[in-house]
Design a binder for this molecule. Structure first.
Ligand SMILES: C[S@@+](CC[C@H](N)C(=O)[O-])C[C@H]1O[C@@H](n2cnc3c(N)ncnc32)[C@H](O)[C@@H]1O
Length: 320
């Protein structure tokens, strides 16, 4: 764990970027971006204001969602050592903040991004960090990258923008790399975000990968056609964030879908909690992904040991 409060530092750095800018203009642009995001139109960023609106409104949530996914990885597979990372489609460098919040001894992060202006912003945001010299930015099409020799490969909120053939290529490249251990995909917790996640999950399993999280096995995903597997993380909103998003609450719950896979076998929990648990004094009702099915299970007070564990569970946690 790092000594710096990276969440606060990130918020402060974003605030500095916005000095002298019209928040009203950013708010209007953000409304357009949100519409685009909901309608799944992934055009390039057309202006600096669009980039800044994206950084202000999406980067804090993306940072927290990725952090949560990485924390799950460490919980399930603490033995996996992460020192080198390849981030494909790195945008404003969001992964840097999540990664250094967890892994102290990262030696190198290669960040590949096609939008040169976003890379500039990523550099500005990270320039005061003590590990800035471990970051290697490359302006490039991620599909041109052949060398995946990094412990961890990340695609954060990118898969949705790529065609299936491109996702196949990424999975194949990862398998070809002898030294890469883990791959992580994360997307918005929407029907479409999950579609990409489930697609890559199938490709990874076809090739023999082991699931780290959230899946407790490599069986066929039991999610029903019109449902999607997703989790949440609570994100504080700064005043600017609140204003730009036209929001009243001082926090938001970011919904995300993800998959993390390893080339080596992983010892997994039996199940994953798929909804908020319903807890009373005598029982905890859970919806679980377990043994290739979605199961409703109740843990009663008489089962003392498991009741004690179940009472503390939240949506997204793993369970026995
Ligand atoms: C929604 S943003 C996510 C950025 C960042 N990964 C994050 O989590 O904040 C998607 C990014 O992927 C980049 N991207 C999409 N296709 C790409 C490609 N073929 N090569 C490089 N970057 C790409 C876009 O330019 C954009 O910056």
């Amino acid at each position: 764990m790092n000594n710096i409060d990276l969440e606060k530092t990130l918020f402060d750095e974003i605030k500095k970027l916005l000095e002298n800018l019209s928040l009203k203009e950013l708010r209007n642009i953000n409304l357009g971006l949100t519409k685009r995001y909901k309608e799944r139109v992934h055009n390039k960023f057309l202006s600096d204001s669009q980039r800044l609106a994206y950084i202000t409104s999406r980067m804090p949530s993306t940072f927290k969602a990725l952090l949560k996914a990485l924390q799950e990885m460490v919980k399930i597979a603490p033995e996996i050592k992460i020192q080198t990372v390849l981030d494909l489609g790195s945008g404003p460098g969001t992964s840097v903040w999540s990664l250094f919040s967890i892994f102290e001894d990262i030696l190198k992060i290669n960040l590949i991004e096609k939008d040169a202006k976003l890379v500039e912003y990523a550099k500005v945001l990270t320039k005061n960090l003590p590990f800035e010299n471990k970051l290697h930015f490359e302006i490039n099409d991620l599909l041109k990258i052949k060398n995946y020799d990094s412990d961890l490969v990340i695609l954060s909120y990118v898969a949705n923008e790529l065609k299936d053939y491109a996702l196949d290529k990424i999975v194949n490249n990862w398998f070809k790399s002898e030294s890469s251990k883990v791959i992580l995909f994360i997307e918005p917790g929407t029907k479409y975000g999950f579609k990409s996640i489930n697609y890559v999950r199938d490709r990874l399993i076809d090739k023999g990968a082991s699931m780290i999280a959230p899946c407790p096995n490599e069986l066929k995903c039991p999610m029903k056609k019109n449902d999607w597997c997703h989790f949440y993380v609570r994100v504080k909103r700064t005043k600017q964030h609140q204003y730009i998003k036209n929001a009243t609450l001082a926090y938001e719950d970011e919904k995300f879908s993800y998959v993390i896979a390893s080339k080596d076998p992983v010892r997994k929990p039996n199940s994953r909690v798929l909804r908020y648990p319903k807890t009373s004094k005598t029982e905890v009702n859970l919806v679980l992904c377990k043994e290739g099915q979605i199961k409703q299970e109740s843990i009663y007070i008489k089962d003392r040991k498991n009741f004690k564990i179940a009472k503390k569970l939240d949506w997204g946690d793993s369970f026995i």
